[in-house]
Design a protein around this ligand. Structure first.
Ligand code: GDP
Ligand code: GDP
Length: 454
């Protein structure tokens, strides 16, 4: 059973766990020289060798992104072993065990020209216990004549052997179709980039200047298009043109009309804020720069992070900020905004119009990070250096081993570390910090979760 451990602060169940479902993993196992690398290359649709196998040389487990029929998944070539140390059979069996515990689907590759050896028999015994789907590729079926040899592999008790030729590509499409049939479906993308203007929530505690800022933004460009013909714009949203681009500011009806909600207790205001954040892709959290930051400000920022939305912090009323206040403000930011150090800050004044043109570029940067995905190969190269320099701390007498990582999805960017043991929150934060140092992701929250065999 997989269990997912997320950052404690992210662990609040909101019932929308589909958002966290990582990209499914296909692990490829088999003896050396059966053609695993060749087949993986074929499945990935590229010509160049992924890894040139040198017999007897330990190579690391490698993971790649695959795309077939519009579905993304990760292919792991479980190559890392040392046959010398434990014998071939033990090594391949261990590899299969590892695959069963880390992958969603296991693909055993057999050389059909050689047939089932003792090693395959041993691996099949292990794989028959798997609670995940196991597929078998009968490789090196280069032509019709070897077809019969593939059929002989039924004897392994793993179901139908799929005849393929990694070298020539024969049968690989059918094999991928079959992989997709048994692979768990990838998460639905809640936000479509092609679905019109990007959605922005303008939020903050009462009296920070939300209405004033929205009126300023709308006033600068007389291009409020919320009554645009033929569009089904939710009447509570405003379409605002900023810096040559139309943005959809969600749930702004009250702001625009300067209506303060009847019975607007803090509780309802907070529900409304939460709903706006959920409906948006990026949030501008407005704070009053002329006053000390309050709990309420931090709570709104926390809501954005927990919802996994991109974030821009706008310090409003900058016209009221003098030198003394500015010094205090810098200290406040250092001390209180640790959780959102990655967010861009823009100092604006809704009253004078100062720097409001900086909002659109900040929104764009934040969304770019939010949308971004680091390819699995690049991520694992980075991770192996990181883990070598700073391995996860021993826990309960055991040293957890991180096997590989994948960025399961963007929006928000979510890393999934596949590990043999639980990784402490402190280590996951360290991973996040290092990840940001290398890859950036300014303006977007980044989640680090761990998948462990329980
Ligand atoms: P791995 O050790 O399992 O990763 O195997 P490789 O992919 O390195 O392949 C081992 C050898 O088998 C290489 O010489 C390949 O060219 C050859 N090979 C791989 N696939 C096929 C195939 O479909 N047909 C034939 N005839 N040879 C293959
Ligand atoms: P909301 O409750 O967040 O929508 O805040 P409002 O837009 O209603 O603004 C609250 C008060 O702050 C009003 O009196 C505004 O005139 C004032 N205000 C808003 N923005 C600024 C600003 O940039 N500078 C100054 N000096 N006052 C502002």
């Amino acid at each position: 059973e997989w269990s997912a451990f997320d950052e404690a602060e992210d662990a609040v169940e909101d019932g929308s766990d589909g958002d966290r479902t990582p990209q499914p993993v296909l692990a490829v196992v088999g003896r050396p020289n059966v053609g695993k690398s060749t087949l993986v290359n074929r499945l990935l649709g590229r010509r160049e060798a992924v890894v040139q196998d040198t017999p007897g040389v330990t190579r690391d487990r490698v993971a790649y992104d695959a795309l077939w029929n519009g579905r993304r998944f990760t292919v792991v070539d479980t190559g890392g072993w040392d046959p010398g140390a434990q014998g071939l059979q033990a090594a391949v069996t261990a590899q299969a065990e590892m695959a069963m515990s880390t992958a969603d689907v296991v693909l055993l590759v057999v050389d059909a020209q050689v047939g089932a050896t003792e090693t395959e028999e041993a691996v099949a015994r292990v794989l028959r216990r798997s609670d995940r789907p196991v597929l078998m590729a009968a490789n090196k079926v280069d032509d019709q004549r070897t077809q019969a040899e593939a059929a002989a592999l039924w004897s392994l008790g793993l179901g139908e052997p799929y005849p393929v030729s990694g070298l020539h590509g024969r049968g690989s499409g059918d094999l991928l179709d079959r992989v997709l049939e048994v692979l768990p479906t990838s998460p639905r993308d809640q936000f479509s980039t092609t679905g019109g203007p990007r959605r922005v929530a303008l939020v903050g505690k009462p009296n920070v200047g939300k209405s004033s800022l929205l009126n300023r933004l709308v006033g600068e460009k007389r291009a409020v298009v919320d009554e645009a013909a033929g569009t089904t714009v939710d009447p509570v949203d405003s379409m605002v043109e900023l810096d040559g681009e139309v943005w959809r500011f969600v749930d702004t009806a009250g702001l625009r009309k300067r209506v303060k909600y009847a019975g607007g207790t803090e509780y309802y205001a907070s529900l409304r804020t939460k709903a706006a954040i959920e409906a948006a892709e990026v949030a501008i959290v407005l704070v009053d720069a002329s006053e000390p930051l309050t709990e309420q400000d931090l709570r709104v920022i926390g809501m954005v992070i927990e919802a996994g939305r991109a974030l821009v912090i706008a310090y409003n009323k900058w016209d009221l900020v003098d030198d003394e206040r500015r010094r205090k403000l810098n200290k406040e930011i250092d001390r209180q905004l640790v959780r959102a150090r990655w967010a861009q800050r823009v100092n604006v004044s809704a009253a004078t119009g100062r720097a409001v043109t900086k909002l659109a570029p900040a929104l764009r940067d934040a969304l770019e990070s939010w949308d971004r995905r680091v390819p699995t190969g690049q991520l694992n190269a980075w991770l192996s250096d990181l883990v070598a320099a700073q391995p996860p701390p021993v826990r309960g007498g055991k040293q957890p081993k991180i096997l590989f990582a994948t960025q399961a999805h963007p929006r928000p960017p979510t890393l999934v570390l596949f590990s043999t043991g639980f990784l402490e929150a402190g280590y996951r934060r360290f991973v996040e910090r290092k990840f940001r140092e290398t890859f950036g992701f300014e303006g977007s929250p980044v989640r680090v979760s761990v998948r462990v065999r329980a």
